[in-house]
Ligand binder design. Structure first.
Ligand SMILES: [Ca+2]
Ligand SMILES: [Ca+2]
Ligand SMILES: [Ca+2]
Length: 511
């Protein structure tokens, strides 16, 4: 049986997602969907939304987008009206539309922290929804990163970017950057770092302008929801085991080490048939053949994702990858003076999260207590007797509860979670071809074989120009200036192209 988190109403499935905020428990809930003509109506419950923009702070938001299943069985992205007056939200929410109409943002109209108990939302799409077999509404929690200058590099980390004197660079505009004036500081001595090109073009997002970023890493449930709208051929490209594999097969793990899950619970619920019927996917980490159980790890970070997987997810969700400059901005904050070897929470010390509590549930956390000024993060350990720590991923937002501050929750300056640790993030590098990346969003539609197909995005197969940032659950922490994967300016792996699936790699995107 399927313990479905989805509220099914006539022809509409509504996704249900649970998340947590740096300061307090958070819970995003979409429910009670209905359609009429071009209009889709639903309820949103959203605890601890914040809007601190009148207090020099930032705000969070939910990215909403719509997919429809046609009478032939395939899924298509449904655009929404770009005129914000055509949509409706009850207090305290407001709508922010986007010029490509691929979705819209919901955010607080009121200032401060607010629990949105149940708000009504009506979204007007550009097509008659009654012609579809099913409609799905997706919500992804985002954080808005305000415009403003910031420092790039920390003057210490391996292969970090620096000015000619080895110091951090103040990024003050989106104009092109002469990279001949920038050096790779403290270069990796084991593997040659990717060489910088001459120029970083003006089209490359530099983080000075505002942007949205996903509050959390892509979760395993989000990846399942993604897979369940793809064709068989597309699913085949986006999973490790064939979609025709038997029910219960773990779909993302290494085919040659099928018992090594690293806490990934994505399974085949209903096998597909080559070139005619896609598989259906679900979560069954506890292997009890009860799918999407309360303790099946639905909200753990999605690992075993290569660049092809992450870029496809972002194209499908009408988002985009973020650049390594944006990664440092969203971590450090504007105008903040870099600290040598600092992590996402702004200090250079870390406490390891190793011992899960409420394992697999929406409350999954750890019993480990963060030491003074040390953020709690899921990373590895050098001590052989302790193995490699947890050997897998934790729930996104695991360290945050109603009593935690930025450091204890391991949050960035702007409240983005797990930027250091859990799964590695995949960002666009200023080298290796990544420098040609431009701020072009996915259109919700993948190529026939399931790849992202957005102009200027790094090649889904070669992953050239993609940089791993932030470290993962197996990353050991050494002294400042040496092995220190979780440090936000670290670029140790600039030589490595994440083209194959690894148990510690996932990621997130932005817009
Ligand atoms: Ca189960
Ligand atoms: Ca991470
Ligand atoms: Ca596309």
């Amino acid at each position: 049986m399927v313990n479905n988190r989805i509220a099914l109403l006539i022809t509409i499935f509504i996704g249900f997602l649970c998340f947590f905020l740096p300061a307090r428990a958070n819970n995003l809930n979409l429910a009670n969907g209905a359609i009429a003509g071009n209009m889709v109506t639903f309820e949103i419950g959203w605890e601890n939304a914040w809007n601190l923009t009148e207090n020099s702070g930032n705000h969070d938001a939910v990215w909403i987008f719509v997919k429809g299943q046609t009478t032939t069985g395939s899924w298509t992205h449904i655009d929404v009206e770009q005129n914000s007056t055509l949509h409706y939200t009850s207090s305290p929410l407001t709508v922010e539309t986007v010029t490509d109409g691929k979705g819209l943002f919901l955010l607080l109209q009121t200032q401060g922290y607010t629990n949105v108990e149940t708000a009504q939302v009506s979204v007007k799409t550009t097509v008659n929804l009654e012609e579809f077999r099913q409609i799905k509404i997706f919500g992804i929690e985002m954080v808005h990163i305000p415009q403003g200058p910031f420092y790039l590099g920390d003057g210490a980390s391996v292969s970090s970017l620096a000015n000619a004197s080895g110091n951090p660079i103040l990024v003050e505009s989106e104009q092109e950057i002469d990279l001949t004036k920038i050096i790779i500081h403290n270069p990796n001595s084991e593997f040659s770092p990717a060489e910088l090109p001459q120029l970083l073009p003006s089209g490359f997002p530099k983080g000075k302008e505002s942007f949205y970023v996903m509050k959390y890493e892509v979760s395993q449930l989000q990846y399942v929801d993604f897979l369940n709208t793809l064709t068989y051929t597309q699913q085949k490209s986006r999973t490790s085991l064939p979609p025709s594999s038997p029910k219960g097969t773990f779909a993302m793990v290494n085919p040659y080490q099928r018992d090594s899950l690293y806490r990934n619970g994505i399974v085949i619920l209903e096998p597909g048939v080559e070139s005619s019927k896609p598989a259906r996917y679900a979560m069954d980490y506890n292997k009890n053949q009860q799918y999407n159980d309360n303790n099946d790890g639905l909200h753990r970070a999605s690992n075993f994702m290569n660049w092809g997987d992450l870029s496809a997810y972002l194209d499908w969700a009408a988002l985009r990858p973020i650049t390594e400059l944006e990664f440092e901005k969203l971590s450090r904050g504007k105008n903040a003076t870099p600290i040598a070897g600092e992590f996402a929470w702004g200090t250079a010390t870390v406490s390891n999260a190793n011992n899960p509590t409420n394992d697999g549930t929406i409350f999954e956390s750890v019993s480990d207590v963060p030491q003074f000024e040390s953020g709690l993060a899921n990373h590895g350990t050098f001590i052989a007797t302790e193995g490699w720590g947890l050997r897998g991923v934790l729930r996104t937002g695991f360290a945050a509860n109603e009593n935690t501050n930025r450091i204890q929750a391991g949050a960035t300056y702007y409240g983005v979670m797990e930027i250091s640790g859990n799964v590695w993030e995949q960002t666009i590098m200023v080298a290796g071809g990544g420098e040609n990346f431009e701020k072009i969003f996915g259109d919700g539609v993948l190529s026939e074989n399931g790849d992202a197909n957005v102009q200027t995005w790094c090649n889904p197969s070669t992953a050239s120009g993609v940089l791993l940032k932030g470290g993962g659950w197996q990353s050991t922490i050494s002294s400042v200036g040496s092995w220190r994967d979780l440090a936000i300016s670290d670029r140790f792996y600039s030589h490595l192209k994440p083209a194959s699936r690894r148990n510690s790699i996932g990621g997130r995107g932005g817009r």
